[in-house]
Design a protein around this ligand. Structure first.
Ligand code: GDP
Length: 367
């Protein structure tokens, strides 16, 4: 493409190569008088926000823009991947703007998880990561749970200001915005081209009743997400589609569990005891002796231990070992983006392995 086209909707440079990246439009769109990117097209015609991804540089530009704004920030995280879906750096740019933290995908949690415990944990984690939200909400964007409450909170806290919605890819930001739009606009078609302001920051402003805007920022690719290391098809396996069912394993000392080939859990010492696994129902958990674990992984990654797929084994990152001594009762060993294992009683020595770059952490059990 030699000539440079600009989207009349959001002002971004048009490209025709990669549908997943910003500014994509099919070749046929270039023949029109008013060229519009696919994302704006969908918003205009279907009232639907579409995913686009950003590079780290673009992300900094957006953060700068948010920092300069006088707005309410709504930050979405995936509660199943809290640390992996946390946007690093946001706290340095928020300035005086208030933040609402929204944990999405609450429908995936087993019934036994206490929502107030999870909210408290999220508040505490947020604080440790440098962010002080006004409030924390748990929602299911897909199922519409608690959307009304969040819509009301947004309206209360924004005090006539614009609203920026931020989140990294796959947290459900688009699903969330589409839900909120339905909530505030009904089914009516409020979005027309004339509402699209010409910005150059790849952000879409959705008009609100008082002349302010709900701003959809592109999803940020966070390199710590487990989702990053698996094939698109396998993402469907590791991402739970419905409420996860806990599975209990009775383990002797020196036994190992493999979660497919994506993560490993060694029970080192502490006497025979039970471990409650919370992973997508479709992940195969394989039990073996600790002394055989290394060999098994080397010889069967991509076959017995899958995902990753056999053709990905060569590029799959090595697993990094993190050792923990469980000193209190009821702790979760969290494999970010994959799930967690609950240990009921103190006194266990364990090791958790995840692909290099992915987080493992210990938290007080949510159950
Ligand atoms: P975005 O990249 O942040 O815009 O995320 P999307 O809205 O495209 O959603 C990413 C994935 O998460 C999709 O497969 C959605 O179906 C799924 N998803 C979004 N919201 C929810 C939710 O509340 N519950 C569940 N279980 N899945 C959700």
């Amino acid at each position: 493409m030699s000539e440079q086209y600009i989207c009349i909707g959001c002002g971004v440079k048009i490209q025709t190569e990669d549908p997943a990246l910003i500014g994509y439009a099919p070749q046929s769109a270039l023949l029109k008088d008013d060229i519009i990117c696919q994302r704006c097209f969908r918003l205009k015609h279907y009232n639907e926000v579409q995913d686009v991804n950003l590079t780290d540089d673009d992300f900094l530009k957006i953060l700068n823009e948010i920092g300069k704004s006088n707005s309410l920030i709504v930050k979405i995280v995936d509660i199943f991947d809290f640390n992996g879906s946390w946007l690093p750096g946001l706290h340095r740019f928020v300035g005086n703007n208030k933040i609402l933290l929204v944990g999405n995908k609450v429908d995936l949690l087993p019934k036994s998880v206490k929502h107030n415990k999870l909210i408290n944990w999220m508040k505490q984690e947020a604080k440790e990561l440098g962010l002080k939200p006004e409030d924390v909400y748990l929602v299911s964007a897909a199922k519409g749970k608690n959307i009304k409450e969040v819509a009301a909170a947004i309206d209360e806290h924004r005090k006539g200001k614009d609203v920026y919605v931020v989140g990294c890819t796959n947290v459900g930001k688009s699903t969330f915005i589409n839900r909120i739009l339905k909530e505030v606009t009904g089914e009516g078609d409020v979005i027309t081209t004339s509402h699209f302001p010409g910005t150059t920051l790849d952000i879409i402003e959705i008009p609100l009743a008082d002349g302010k805007a709900l701003v959809d920022t592109p999803g940020i690719i966070n390199h710590h997400q487990m989702a990053h290391y698996v094939d698109k098809r396998d993402l469907k396996i590791i991402t739970p589609k419905k409420e996860i069912k806990p599975t209990v394993f009775q383990l002797n000392e020196e036994q190992t569990l493999f979660m497919g080939g994506l993560a490993r859990f060694d029970y080192i010492s502490g006497g025979r005891r039970s471990f409650v696994c919370h992973f997508s129902n479709e992940i195969n958990i394989h039990r073996t002796k600790l002394e055989n674990a290394e060999e098994l992984y080397k010889n069967h990654l991509g076959e017995l231990l899958t995902p990753p797929r056999i053709e990905q084994v060569d590029v799959f990152p090595e697993l990094i070992r993190h050792e923990f001594m469980i000193k209190e009762g009821k702790m979760d060993v969290v494999f970010s983006g994959l799930g967690w294992i609950t240990i009921n009683d103190p006194g266990a020595k364990v090791a958790a392995y995840v692909p290099k770059g992915v987080h493992v952490l210990l938290r007080k059990s949510l159950i």
